[in-house]
Design a protein around this ligand. Structure first.
Ligand code: AKG
Length: 288
């Protein structure tokens, strides 16, 4: 494992804006191999994973339709050894996690965001912990571009400094695909602080605070935008899991857990379950 240390600029971005970028966190060729693994998974008639359908999914069962039918794959990290060894449990990201969280870390979530050329849909404005509904502000979030992510193909957008705000209760609008920040609130924050577009090349990673407000628009371009995201957390931060999928050890006593399949961390599941998102009273245009 590397001994990763932030630059002065990365630390300043982390504190003031709530996010920072690591260029070339994974070598570009390696990121392109990982993209191939994901594409292979998407082409399977039944990938056997928890998936969210893409609301823009074109109908049909052609290979093109199969690669376009999902917006998000969840919890795939323990099924794909190349991705585990190169990324979640690889040489760089565990070391970045150790800098921010210490010597005992597990992977709380792993997700692949698939935004196919021309059909990929938006992810609404949200705070990650607004979707988790577990009150946690400390976990460490990271997202790697497998395809180059640009303003044209729907890169992430952040409201700088919004990580300093509280967690807002997220709402469901009539056209929401999942809970989202109150749209009027987003309009106000954008008017006050602006929006930053986070353009990345394959293998670059952006890391952010769990409370930062972020979004990604649809992809009208001819270029696909696939990315893989993760959240590291610790036993001190997490008392209970609110989702059923296991958490996996990344570091124990500062040592990389190099096993594959990875070892589940023993975190009990919360018995009370998740509270549903309240419905928004107003129906307004999306804030993006
Ligand atoms: O990849 C995207 O478009 C959205 C990712 C995101 O919002 C997240 O990882 O929290």
């Amino acid at each position: 494992m590397n001994d990763w240390q932030p630059t002065k600029e990365q630390l300043e971005d982390w504190q003031t804006k709530g996010y920072f970028i690591i260029r070339g966190a994974v070598p570009r060729d390696n990121a392109i191999e990982m993209r191939g693994v994901i594409k292979d998974f998407l082409l399977r008639p039944d990938p056997g994973l928890k998936t969210d359908d893409d609301p823009m999914d074109p109908m049909g069962d052609s290979p093109q339709a199969r690669t376009a039918r999902f917006r998000k794959l969840s919890g795939f990290s323990a099924r794909l050894p190349l991705i585990w060894h190169s990324y979640y449990g690889g040489q760089t990201m565990p070391s970045v996690g150790r800098y921010f969280l210490g010597d005992d870390i597990f992977l709380k979530f792993s997700s692949c965001f698939v935004k196919p050329a021309r059909t990929g849909s938006a992810t609404p404005w949200h705070q990650d912990n607004g979707l988790w509904r577990d009150g946690e502000t400390e976990p460490f979030n990271f997202w790697m571009a497998l395809d180059p992510a640009t303003t044209d193909n729907g890169c992430l957008q952040f409201i700088p400094g919004s990580h300093k705000q509280d967690i807002f209760p997220h709402l469901l609008y009539a056209d929401s695909i999942h809970g989202e920040l109150p749209r009027e609130r987003v309009r106000q924050m954008i008017a006050d602080s602006g929006v930053e577009h986070c353009e990345l090349d394959s293998g670059d990673v952006v890391c952010w605070h769990s409370s930062i407000c972020h979004y990604s628009p649809p992809n009208p371009s001819p270029n696909s935008r696939i990315a893989i995201a993760g959240v590291y957390s610790t036993p001190q931060i997490t008392r209970q899991r609110q989702f059923p999928q296991p958490y996996y050890w990344i570091l124990r006593n500062g040592e990389l857990c190099a096993d594959f399949p990875p070892q589940p961390a023993d975190v009990p599941e919360r018995s009370s379950g998740l509270s549903p998102f309240p419905k928004a009273e107003e129906t307004m245009e999306p804030a993006g």
